[in-house]
Design a protein around this ligand. Structure first.
Ligand code: AMP
Ligand code: MG
Length: 351
């Protein structure tokens, strides 16, 4: 399938500013907001991953986000807000379950898909009549949005298809010369994107598992479903694109199966491949040691926090294949497995 992607035509200077995560310098935040007001691009930390900010109501600014990331135009963006009052401009109608969820989990790693107002340019939503909205739980993101005084689109601040950035250095690696500013507040807390929930349908439908668990959603609004069919996944256009993938090929190994891991390692090395591993269970952790054998021990929060970073590091080591141990699909494990599957599908594509 071919997707429309706009091309970048000139490089710009990217300012890199470090701020205290809990107490960012108001002067720096004010300069960052001014860049957004002028239609520029500012990468900022959130609790999930670093986002690439632009004025959500400025069509030209939003177009620049797609160009800087090399993002297919039909992949819609999430609008980030800092206060519920901002919803008036953005959302046409919020069903009751959506309201309950927002009251319980905002700020936090929850994105709600709702009917949009006419103010939101088509470029934000890929022409759909719904918009995805989130209130991030990070003092720097919230300060920036408040100072800007409007909604900010905030896709992950990486080149489209690559693992999402969990540090400001990752943002620079991918976007230096393509964006105006990076706000550095150190590594993020969660390391995996938000949970996207469509609340225009009942029961609510998880379009993308993420930092907020299905179980937590269900505690508040009862049963929610998980987009499984192709038809359902089409409602989240981003989920059909190549995503979250390192350059190296990703192969998944069943949890705890050290025999399979050992066999694959031997086979791939015999083919002359440089192989790295990412494991977590005790059985698997015993298979080898060394800088290409990464153990991300329990709890799963830790695995999620370091997964994308480890993909990037192993790419820098120049490995050909990364063998990754699967995790149990509960809690945050659902989002981790979603990303692992997409990474393995993307890197095993033959076309
Ligand atoms: P990213 O910005 O890379 O974290 O991806 C945003 C995700 O939200 C993508 O998977 C999109 O498909 C999804 N999304 C954004 N807006 C909408 C929408 N209006 N309806 C359904 N899914 C959306
Ligand atoms: Mg992304």
């Amino acid at each position: 399938m071919r997707h429309r992607t706009l091309k970048i035509d000139s490089m710009i200077e990217t300012r890199f500013e470090s701020v205290a995560p809990g107490n960012p310098d108001p002067q720096v935040i004010s300069e960052a907001a001014e860049i957004l007001r002028k239609g520029g691009l500012v990468a900022f930390p959130t609790e999930t991953v670093y986002g690439l900010g632009a004025d959500a109501l400025n069509e030209e600014a939003v177009k620049k986000v797609f160009i800087a990331k090399g993002r297919p135009q039909e992949n819609p963006l999430i609008v980030h807000i800092a206060d519920r009052d901002q919803l008036i401009d953005l959302a046409d109608e919020i069903p009751e379950k959506g309201l309950h969820l927002s009251k319980e989990f905002w700020p936090g790693p929850l994105t709600l898909v709702v009917r949009k107002t006419f103010l939101i340019p088509d470029v934000v939503t890929g022409g759909m009549d719904t918009v995805a909205i989130r209130m991030p739980d990070h003092p720097v993101a919230l300060a920036l949005i408040r100072e800007f005084n409007g909604g900010i689109v905030g896709p992950s601040a990486n080149l489209s298809g690559k693992p999402s950035p969990t540090t400001a250095m990752h943002v620079l690696e991918d976007l230096r010369g393509r964006i105006d500013m990076v706000l550095n507040a150190g590594p993020v807390e969660i390391g995996i994107e938000s949970t996207v929930v469509d609340v225009t349908v009942d029961p609510p439908l998880i379009l993308r598992p993420g930092g907020l668990h299905k179980e937590s959603l269900e505690d508040i609004v009862g049963p929610v479903s998980l987009a499984a069919t192709k038809e359902q996944r089409k409602r989240s256009p981003g989920s059909v694109h190549r995503h979250y993938a390192p350059r190296a090929r990703v192969m998944l190994v069943p949890g705890g199966d050290s025999a399979v891991l050992g066999r694959l390692l031997a086979e791939l090395r015999q083919q002359g491949k440089a192989v790295a591993c990412i494991v977590h269970s005790r059985e698997m952790a015993r298979v080898e040691t060394g800088s290409l054998f990464r153990v991300l021990p329990a709890p799963i929060d830790f695995y999620a926090r370091y997964l994308f970073r480890t993909f990037r590091e192993l790419d820098q080591e120049g490995v050909d294949v990364i063998l990754v141990e699967e995790v149990a699909e509960q809690g945050l494990g659902m989002a981790v497995m979603d990303r692992l599957r997409k990474a393995s599908e993307a890197t095993n594509e033959t076309s």
